[in-house]
Ligand binder design. Structure first.
Ligand code: ATP
Ligand code: MG
Length: 416
C-alpha cells in the first residue's frame, strides 16, 4: 500500500479526552477512529491488525475442531427468559431495543442462549456429539465506565466458542485443549510471556470457577496473584487457601500484579442445555444432559493490549504476526534516482509476497521517520541517496532498534 493514498492521517498531538495509552496511540497512528466513549471504528491499518488476530484465532479454533458460524446481533427475549438472563438485575449491561410493532429485543452481549437453542434443531443422538461452535461477532455491553480506550468498548469484537459434550469427562478434555489453544494464541500475538492462566469467578455465566487469561499491565483493571515459575495466577476475587491448594500454589510465592483480562473460559455444566431443552439420546435410547462450556476472547481488547504492553516512547511496536505490514519502506528525499529505486523495491517486495507499506509521500525525513516509529511495523527499510551510494538498504528492527545494511536479496531471505 502506498502511504500517499492512505486516507487515515497520523497526528502528533494526543487526542483530548482520551486517557488510555492504547487509544491515544491508535488514534494518533490513524488506526482507529473514536466515534464516542467506548465506541471505536477501525481504519485500514487497524483493520489489517484485527484481521490478522482473527486469522491466528481461527487457525487455533479450527485446529481443535471448531466449526465457524455467524449468529445474530438481535436476540429473541423468549429464549433468554428460559435461563433467567433477560432480567437487568441478572445481566446488568444489556442494551435492549423496542420493535415498532410492540415487544422488546435484546442486542447481543453474549451467545450461550441462542447457540444452545439453535442446536436443539441439530443435535439428537450421541453420534452427533461432541460439537464445538464458534464465531467472530460484535458484542454490545452497556459498560458503566469506558476509560480503558478500545480495551473496554460498549461495542467490541469477540470470538466466542461453545462446546457441547456427552459427559463431564469429555467436556473437561476439550476445556483443557481450548486452554492450551488460548496460550498458543497469546504467544503467537506476542503476549506469551506476559499472559497467565488465572483462576477466576464466573460473573453472570456460572456460580462455579472459571479460567481467565490475564496479561500483566499497569493499565489493567484486574488484580491477580501470579506464580512466575509455574506461570499460573489467581484472581484476587477468588484468592482463598482452598483455591491455592487446587492449583498447587503457595501464598509466599505469589506476586500481586495489575492485569488485563484478554480471555475467559467457562465450564457451564448443563444449566443452559437443560433450560433450553437441549439433550441427546444415548445408545440405549435414554435422554441425557449435554455438558457445555463457553470460551471468549475479545479481539479488539487484545489489539489494545498488544499496543498497551509492547509500545515504547516512539510509538506502537507490532509483533510480526499481527503487524499491518511486515515492512515499512521509506523513501527519503525526492530525487529521481531515489524515487525510481524505491518504486522498484516496492514492486519487488510485492513480487516476493512481502507485505509492505510504502511511504512515497513528499515530506521531510524527520516526519517520515517519526511516522514509521509511531506506526510500528517490525522492519523499516530506508531508501535514500546514501543507501543507493552504498548499494545496500538500511533495515531497522522496530523492537530492538538494531540497524543492518542488507542487499535486497538478503532482505528477502529474512521472509523465507
Ligand atoms: P470484564 O471483567 O473486563 O468486564 P468480562 O469478564 O465481563 O470482562 P467476558 O464476559 O468474560 O468479559 O467476555 C469474554 C472476553 O471478551 C473477555 O475476556 C474480554 O477479552 C472481552 N471483553 C469483555 N468485555 C469487553 C469490553 N467491554 N470491551 C472489549 N472486550 C471485552
Ligand atoms: Mg470474564
Amino acid at each position: 500500500m502506498r502511504q500517499s493514498q492512505l486516507f487515515a492521517r497520523t497526528r502528533w498531538e494526543d487526542p483530548t479526552e482520551e486517557t488510555a495509552k492504547n487509544a491515544k496511540l491508535l488514534i494518533r497512528a490513524g488506526l482507529v477512529h473514536k466515534e464516542m466513549a467506548g465506541v471505536y471504528a477501525f481504519l485500514p491499518l487497524g483493520l489489517r491488525v484485527l484481521r490478522k488476530i482473527e486469522t491466528v484465532i481461527r487457525e487455533e479454533m479450527n485446529a481443535i475442531g471448531g466449526q465457524e458460524v455467524l449468529m445474530t446481533t438481535l436476540q429473541n427475549p423468549e429464549i433468554w427468559h428460559k435461563t433467567g438472563r433477560f432480567d437487568d438485575a441478572v445481566v446488568d449491561n444489556w442494551f435492549k431495543t423496542k420493535l415498532v410493532s410492540g415487544g422488546e429485543l435484546g442486542i447481543a452481549n453474549t451467545h450461550e442462549e441462542p447457540i444452545t437453542a439453535m442446536l436443539v434443531h441439530h443435535l439428537k443422538s450421541y453420534k452427533d456429539l461432541p460439537v464445538y461452535v464458534y464465531q467472530f461477532q460484535t458484542k454490545f455491553r452497556n459498560e458503566l465506565r469506558a476509560k480503558s480506550g478500545i480495551m473496554r468498548g460498549r461495542e467490541f469484537l469477540m470470538k466466542d466458542l461453545y462446546s457441547f459434550s456427552r459427559t463431564e469427562v469429555e467436556f473437561h478434555t476439550f476445556y483443557e485443549q481450548c486452554a492450551a489453544a488460548y496460550l498458543r494464541i497469546f504467544a503467537r500475538v506476542g503476549l506469551g510471556d506476559h499472559t497467565f492462566r488465572t483462576l477466576a469467578a464466573g460473573g453472570s455465566f456460572t456460580t462455579g470457577l472459571t479460567d481467565e487469561f490475564q496479561t500483566l499491565s499497569e493499565a489493567g483493571e484486574d488484580i491477580i496473584y501470579i506464580d512466575r515459575s509455574k506461570h499460573l495466577a489467581v484472581n484476587k476475587e477468588v484468592l482463598t487457601d482452598e483455591n491455592l491448594a487446587r492449583l498447587g500454589l503457595e501464598r509466599a510465592n505469589l506476586e500481586e500484579a495489575k492485569s488485563i483480562e484478554v480471555g475467559n473460559i467457562f465450564p457451564l455444566g448443563h444449566r443452559y442445555s437443560d433450560a433450553l431443552g437441549l439433550k441427546y439420546r444415548d445408545e440405549s435410547g435414554l435422554d441425557q444432559p449435554i455438558y457445555m462450556g463457553s470460551y471468549g476472547i475479545g479481539l479488539s481488547r487484545l489489539l489494545g493490549t498488544i499496543v498497551e504492553v509492547l509500545a515504547d516512547d516512539g510509538g506502537i511496536v507490532w509483533p510480526a504476526s499481527v503487524a499491518p505490514f511486515a515492512v515499512h519502506l521509506v523513501a527519503l528525499g525526492s530525487s529521481e534516482p531515489v524515487r525510481q529505486a524505491a518504486d522498484q523495491i516496492y514492486a519487488d517486495l510485492s513480487q516476493a509476497g512481502v507485505e509492505a507499506l510504502f511511504d512515497d509521500r513528499d515530506l521531510p525525513a524527520g516526519e517520515k521517520l517519526g511516522d514509521a516509529d509511531l506506526l510500528g511495523m517490525p522492519l523499516r527499510v530506508i531508501v535514500s541517496e546514501k543507501t543507493l551510494a552504498a548499494g545496500k538498504l538500511e533495515v531497522k528492527n522496530r523492537q530492538t532498534a538494531e540497524i543492518r545494511h542488507l542487499t535486497f536479496a538478503e532482505l528477502i531471505t529474512e521472509f523465507k
